[in-house]
Design a protein around this ligand. Structure first.
Ligand SMILES: Nc1ncnc2c1ncn2[C@@H]1O[C@H](COP(=O)(O)OP(=O)(O)OP(=O)(O)O)[C@@H](O)[C@H]1O
Length: 258
């Protein structure tokens, strides 16, 4: 099914922001941002450099405390909730905090990630064999993300694109309802971009994905909904086709409407 076909039925809202704002010493980095993020949808946050995208991610994940506004996750007000609790409640962010250990294999990395939902910190003093009970779930996750032939490859020896897929796999070990991806395509070649785009589409069949992405052809290809920020404010939103025709958005990106 194409992204535009899926937008015809509206699934449940899992994450909302209302009137979200953040000032740094009098400078408004984010002002009055309203967001509705839906289950089984890919939602892009785009905008020129310095538009406030990273700040919005930091506010949603509670790494920053908002100056104004309210955030709800799965119907619960998380405006004043701590980041680790937000993660346990089902919203997890990938890439800026990478949970991949380069000297461990793909399978070992996924097993280490899988022990975390049980409430355990990563227990380095235990032999990796103590995680064997997690083999079944780890293999399923590795299969789902197309990493089967690399299960015994050390993370350090993976291609850049596959390392990113492994990062997604370790994040999915927490089984989040909402997955936040920070520029998942950054620094990738065309082939890896296609592979990671396919994985994100697959992952979003069962959860909401909110992603900051500069690669607009990826946004056009896989995102159901696009929110455009400029100078901390939303200047356009909708599907990519309508947003890309919006005169404010075109001016923000191109400096001209032509
Ligand atoms: N901790 C901070 N203190 C002061 N100003 C900040 C802070 N964090 C961000 N800013 C400012 O807020 C604005 C938005 O920054 P932000 O990093 O959120 O933008 P962005 O859209 O993610 O940009 P990019 O695409 O370049 O990563 C910028 O002008 C930035 O300089």
């Amino acid at each position: 099914m194409t992204a535009s076909a899926q937008t015809q039925s509206q699934p449940r809202v899992v994450l909302t922001a209302r009137g979200l704002g953040k000032t740094f010493g009098g400078f408004a980095a984010v002002s009055n941002v309203n967001l509705d993020v839906h289950h089984a949808r890919i939602h892009a946050l785009i905008g020129p450099n310095g538009a406030g995208k990273t700040t919005v991610f930091n506010l949603l994940t509670k790494f920053l405390q908002p100056t104004t506004g309210k955030i709800t996750l799965l119907g619960t007000d998380i405006t004043h909730t701590k980041p680790d609790k937000v993660a346990r409640m089902g919203m997890v962010r990938s890439f800026q905090i990478s949970a991949v250990f380069p000297h461990l294999t793909v399978l070992e990395n996924v097993k280490v990630a899988l022990q975390r939902p049980a409430g355990l910190a990563v227990q380095f003093w235990l032999p990796l064999s103590s995680l064997d009970r997690l083999n079944g779930r780890a293999e399923t996750l590795i299969d789902d993300l197309g990493l089967t032939e690399y299960r015994d490859t050390r993370a350090a020896d993976l291609s850049y694109g596959r390392k990113r897929v492994l990062e997604i796999a370790t994040t999915l070990a927490l089984d989040p309802e909402v997955l936040l991806l920070d520029e998942p395509m950054a620094g990738m070649g065309q082939e890896d971009v296609r592979m990671v785009a396919d994985i994100i589409r697959e992952v979003a069949r069962h959860r909401a994905v909110l992603m900051v992405e500069h690669n607009l052809s990826v946004v056009a290809d896989i995102c159901h909904h696009v929110t455009v920020l400029q100078r901390g404010e939303i200047i356009g939103e909708g599907d990519y086709a309508s947003v890309s025709q919006d005169h404010r958005v075109r001016t923000a990106y191109m400096g001209t409407e032509d």
